[in-house]
Unconditional design. Structure first.
Length: 553
């Protein structure tokens, strides 16, 4: 059993507490889902459970946390390792050794487990998470999603009594996320391991949870109280929910469905005659006219990492005013394609063009004036002492022509960009100390303030809550309306459904299919949005499209 008793905690230098008078009991064998907006204290709450707060992070701490009788104030995190396995929001930050199998074994070695047990457990977690083929790979060579699975495997191998995970599926493709969550549910059900999981994509995990803890956004007045209870009750009362529950609340479905299977019976009643609805009549962004100029093009591009072909003879073009979503399983080449467009991954064969010229002889720093790139790890491009300084640095790096065009004032451009991303209140904060979702928006602001005509985003919704994702979708559509192009690698089907013009599906470095978002996302087994699964053949991808089609106002 885990008890949190009247805990209030503030990070060093912070004027407001990250957690305020939090009390909670987590039963042995429970599956608890922690939800809430970015900056609400979810990661801080998880860090209580193994003593990282306050031992590692410092700050001001009041209250008491006990994990199976151990007081976390009296025990360092290393003394909690046999009870609590922890998977960080940034999996790369917790790796110690550089070979996958060695990383999985490392924690067990520190617990002094017999070699036979270590070998058996390593084999089990490699199979459970479908990463046996990675056992000899160097961690540094893995994709973001593959690293996330390795981090989960390393935590599982120690077989702790509680497994604490901070957004464990944020970089996984839908099929991979389903495999990981199924494995966690099986460990919870069969072995009684307590699972405490923080996740923004509630649609992936809510059906597995026994209870949901919703931490409200921080407020200037008296802090709002957390909401905790069965998933149906919590989802019926919190502000932002997945499309399935949003539709159920709008239509008064009772009991509120937690899965697509539960929702289909209601959907058949709401939409009994599929043929009566004109397909794709009200779906998202409009098809772009062919007259739009091409801003970037890949011609038969092959990129190799050693003997591995990350991209193979791939041809693709991006037009001005277009939002192109790159999708596909982990390791399919999405990140490499983005790096190819910014010059960080030079092709072994083929040609990459931006604004009509071959970028092969162009230095990356010069290309960055036209191409903005936000990588998977947003903190890797944040260096300065404040967010305002980050944006000012980007503006100083523009060429003379861009500087002349920005004479309305760099200060105004900084404030405008921060406001557009909803992070004006963080202008003076230290960027690398921000929460995952805040750091993601900070990195985007640092790139977007330079107004690049081509914007590349790698998993931009990592750490973002539903409200921030809605804001991001509107912002990206606004940029496209101004004539800019956006190429976005994402596993977030709902985001792609909400804002993509086209979707390019990659597999093993090759382009499998590219086409309008309704065609690709509406007819896929694994990449369909929740609404498309509920109303197959309708052409609806989003909650708004379904409500319009069902004439609900």
């Amino acid at each position: 059993m885990i008890t949190i008793d009247q805990v209030t905690y503030s990070y060093p230098g912070s004027s407001a507490p990250a957690l305020c008078d939090l009390s909670l009991t987590i039963a042995e064998g429970e599956f608890l889902l922690v939800a809430g907006p970015s900056g609400a204290g979810k990661s801080s709450m998880l860090r209580l459970l193994n003593g990282l707060v306050p031992h590692f992070y410092g700050g001001r701490f009041a209250g008491r946390v006990q994990v199976w009788g151990r007081d976390t104030l009296q025990h360092q995190p290393r003394a909690m390792a046999d009870l609590v396995g922890f998977v960080f929001q940034d999996p790369e930050s917790q790796f110690v050794v550089d070979v996958v199998e060695d990383e999985i074994v490392f924690g067990m070695e520190n617990l002094a487990l017999p070699q036979t047990i270590m070998r058996r457990r390593a084999e089990e977690v490699l199979d459970q998470l479908a990463i046996a083929h990675l056992r000899r790979r160097r961690v540094s060579s893995l994709s973001g999603g593959e690293r996330q699975r390795v981090a989960i495997a390393a935590a599982l191998a120690a077989q702790p009594r509680a497994l604490v995970l901070d957004e464990p599926t944020s970089q996984l493709d839908p099929h991979g996320a389903e495999e990981v969550l199924t494995a966690l549910q099986k460990l919870n059900a069969d072995l009684g391991i307590t699972v405490v999981l923080c996740e923004h994509r509630l649609e992936r995990v809510v059906q597995y949870a026994d209870r949901v803890l919703y931490l409200p956004p921080p407020s200037e007045g008296a802090p709002a109280r957390p909401v905790i209870g069965p998933p149906r009750e919590v989802l019926a009362s919190i502000p932002l929910v997945p499309p399935l529950q949003g539709l159920g609340r709008a239509l008064g479905w009772q009991p509120l469905p937690l899965s697509i299977k539960e929702g289909r019976a209601f959907a058949r009643q709401a939409w009994p005659q599929p043929a009566a609805i004109a397909p794709r009549a009200e779906v998202g962004p409009q098809t772009l006219p062919a007259s739009r100029p091409t801003i970037a093009r890949l011609r038969d591009v092959t990129v190799r990492y050693g003997d591995h072909e990350a991209l193979y003879r791939l041809s693709l073009e991006v037009r001005s005013g277009e939002l192109l979503a790159l999708m596909g399983r982990n390791g399919s080449g999405k990140s490499t394609l983005l790096k190819g467009l910014i010059g960080l991954a030079r092709p072994d064969e083929g040609r990459v063009e931006v604004t009509g010229r071959d970028i092969a002889p162009v230095p990356v720093e010069q290309l960055a004036r036209q191409v903005g790139y936000v990588p998977q790890d947003p903190r890797s491009i944040l260096y300065h002492d404040s967010l305002r300084a980050e944006l000012a640095f980007t503006l100083r790096g523009r060429g003379p022509r861009e500087q002349a065009a920005g004479r309305d004032g760099d200060g105004a451009a900084v404030e405008r960009t921060l406001d557009a991303l909803g992070i004006s209140h963080l202008a003076d904060a230290y960027p690398r100390a921000l929460s995952g979702g805040e750091a993601q928006r900070a990195a985007m602001a640092a790139i977007m303030v330079g107004d690049p005509p081509l914007l590349l985003l790698d998993e931009p919704t990592r750490g973002l809550d539903y409200g921030a994702k809605l804001g991001l979708a509107r912002l990206l559509r606004g940029l496209c309306a101004q004539g800019r192009a956006v190429v976005m690698a994402t596993h977030d089907v709902e985001l792609a459904a909400a804002c993509a013009d086209r979707v390019a599906l990659l597999g093993d470095g090759e382009l499998v299919v590219v086409g309008p978002a309704p065609d690709v996302l509406g007819e896929s087994l694994f990449l369909s949005s929740q609404i498309a699964k509920l109303f197959p053949g309708s052409g609806w991808l989003t909650l708004e499209a379904a409500l319009r089609g069902l004439s609900i106002r």
